[in-house]
Design a binder for this molecule. Structure first.
Ligand SMILES: Cc1cc2nc3c(=O)[nH]c(=O)nc-3n(C[C@H](O)[C@H](O)[C@H](O)COP(=O)(O)OP(=O)(O)OC[C@H]3O[C@@H](n4cnc5c(N)ncnc54)[C@H](O)[C@@H]3O)c2cc1C
Ligand code: SF4
Length: 493
């Protein structure tokens, strides 16, 4: 009998598999399928439940959203992160932008001038894996008639400055533009992992267990024993010759930190280098009557258009942000022209009702920055997120807002900031807490995703990406998971 944090795990009840995968998002579902195809007996433990389409709702009520997502607030209340907590992971609640990272993202260096991505992992090496995911998930460029009006207004803002933008790529088939992607697509138009990788793996015998919360991992009998709580709260354990950690950048780090003692020590880099992929968001307040009528919430949650016009000079891309009324109502939206915080009260209400329908359009920048955040665990083993506003992040945010202002000025618009001055944003694109690398002294996992000094233990999710992607990261997480799956199979026949 093993005792862990008040739970009893009985050794006789250990179920045995070739591979135990923790998490069913991009980093987990993809290796699960590839391992099942290689005739491995696979168990996937997923903390979230498996929502039936009829359970999904047109709702931005945080109580509903928390049935599919998890929110993390930093201790100083300045930054917040959100991630998926459902079978299928981020693919079920994301906005669906699936973009290949530009080549330069793979050449990004740490502060000592060392390339962050392992040798040989560059855009050319990733392209076949990108193509594999795009085919499996039916990712394609949005058609012109699929661009929401907010995306069209974004294009006009850029065009008035002589800049171009283009339509992004999505795994949506027959999208109805209802505007609730991040609440879960009720119409089955988003080709989530629940419609491709997961059922394909299940057909080959892989078991996906919903409501299974992995608490720790320990070396055992030539493989790894994963201690978890099942959907009824009972303590259970599963053994795998190989264990694949893919619980998302925050939860994977927390799980490995909880397991540090049992694993006989972990890298000093575990949990460190948390990056938000350089996300910075704002809104433009448009001048009255100069742009065609549109409503911010109509269409997809990502209004499709993206510009690479600032990539060469600033290493950042900007895509159109939308925003449901509930989110806009909760943001600390401020006019830069000295009107102060407008997050609450009558003044905020009046401004939003005047602007929301046709005079506000959002911008979200993504760029290359060093990750200086950290995931730690509290006394109960739960993740604690630190995300300080470092001088580098502050300078980067200043550059981004400068770009946002230059677009505003060329259009007679005004920038509305969405976070307090001096506060970092956080976001939904967290990366790099278990980063890959060639040098074990600077990384947690090697180029194949295997934990340094722990053969058979892999990390294959966003935590393994060593640097930002310059665009929304899901496709790169997924392609990297395809690449790591190959390594798992080759290294552990
Ligand atoms: C609202 C939202 C919108 C987004 N929009 C976009 C977008 O448009 N484009 C884009 O590129 N990216 C987007 N992202 C980010 C994208 O979803 C993530 O980068 C991606 O899902 C990361 O994949 P992953 O495998 O690392 O983690 P996830 O996909 O989050 O999967 C991790 C899974 O592990 C499970 N888990 C966690 N802890 C445990 C545990 N202890 N035991 C068992 N299971 C566990 C979680 O429930 C989750 O299902 C968005 C994210 C959110 C939240
Ligand atoms: S906008 Fe399209 S993909 Fe998003 S929830 Fe509606 S139908 Fe689904």
């Amino acid at each position: 009998m093993t005792r862990r944090r008040g739970l009893c795990y009985s050794a006789w009840a250990v179920e045995r598999f070739d591979a135990v995968v923790i998490g069913s998002g991009f980093g987990g579902a993809i290796p699960a399928l590839r391992l099942a195809e290689a005739q491995r007996k696979v168990l996937v433990l997923e903390k979230g439940r498996r929502p039936a389409p009829r359970e999904l709702r047109f709702s931005w009520d945080p109580r509903y959203l928390q049935t599919l997502q998890r929110f993390y607030l930093t201790d100083d209340y300045l930054a917040f992160f959100q991630s998926a907590m459902t079978m299928g992971g981020g693919s079920v609640v994301y906005a669906g932008a699936m973009l290949r990272a530009p080549s330069e993202a793979f050449d990004f260096q740490d502060r000592d001038g060392q390339r962050l991505w392992p040798k040989g992992v560059d855009r050319a090496a990733m392209d076949p894996y990108y193509a594999k995911v795009e085919e499996a998930m039916q990712v394609r460029q949005a058609r012109w008639d699929e661009v929401p009006k907010a995306g069209g207004v974004f294009a006009m803002l850029l065009s008035n400055l002589g800049l171009s933008c283009d339509r992004g790529r999505f795994p949506f088939v027959g999208c109805l533009q209802c505007g609730f992607c991040e609440a879960g697509c009720q119409f089955g138009r988003n080709q989530t992992l629940l419609r491709n990788y997961i059922p394909a793996a299940e057909q080959l015998g892989a078991q996906f267990r919903a409501g299974a919360d992995a608490r720790s991992i320990e070396p055992y009998d030539g493989g790894y024993r994963v201690l978890y709580r099942d959907a009824m709260g009972a303590a259970r354990e599963a053994w795998g010759k190989v264990a694949v950690v893919a619980a998302g950048a925050i939860e994977s780090a927390a799980l490995l930190l909880r397991s540090a003692q049992a694993l006989g020590g972990v890298s000093l880099h575990l949990g460190k280098h948390l990056s938000n992929n350089g996300d910075v968001a704002w809104y433009w307040m448009l001048p009255e009557g100069k742009f065609p009528p549109f409503e911010l919430w109509r269409g997809r949650n990502n209004a499709v258009m993206i510009t690479y016009a600032f990539w060469r000079e600033h290493r950042l891309t900007i895509h159109t942000g939308c925003g449901p009324p509930a989110l806009i109502g909760a943001l600390d939206i401020r006019r830069e022209a000295g009107a102060g915080s407008l997050a609450f009260g009558l003044e905020h209400k009046r401004l939003m009702s005047a602007l929301y329908r046709g005079r506000m359009v959002g911008g979200i920048a993504i760029g290359l920055v060093h990750g200086d955040g950290e995931v730690q665990i509290d006394s109960r083993g739960n993740p604690k997120v630190l995300f300080p506003m470092t001088p580098e992040l502050s300078a980067y945010t200043g550059r981004v807002m400068g770009v946002a202002r230059s677009i505003a000025e060329a259009n007679g618009a005004e920038v509305l900031a969405v976070v307090r001055e001096g506060a970092p944003l956080g976001g939904a694109h967290q990366l790099s807490t278990c980063r890959m690398g060639d040098d074990p002294a600077r990384s947690v996992v090697d180029a194949g995703g295997e934990v340094n000094g722990r053969p058979g233990l892999f990390v294959s999710d966003a935590g393994a990406l060593p640097g930002g992607t310059g665009v929304n990261p899901a496709l790169t997480v997924a392609a990297n998971a395809e690449r790591i799956a190959e390594q798992i199979i080759a290294r552990h026949p």
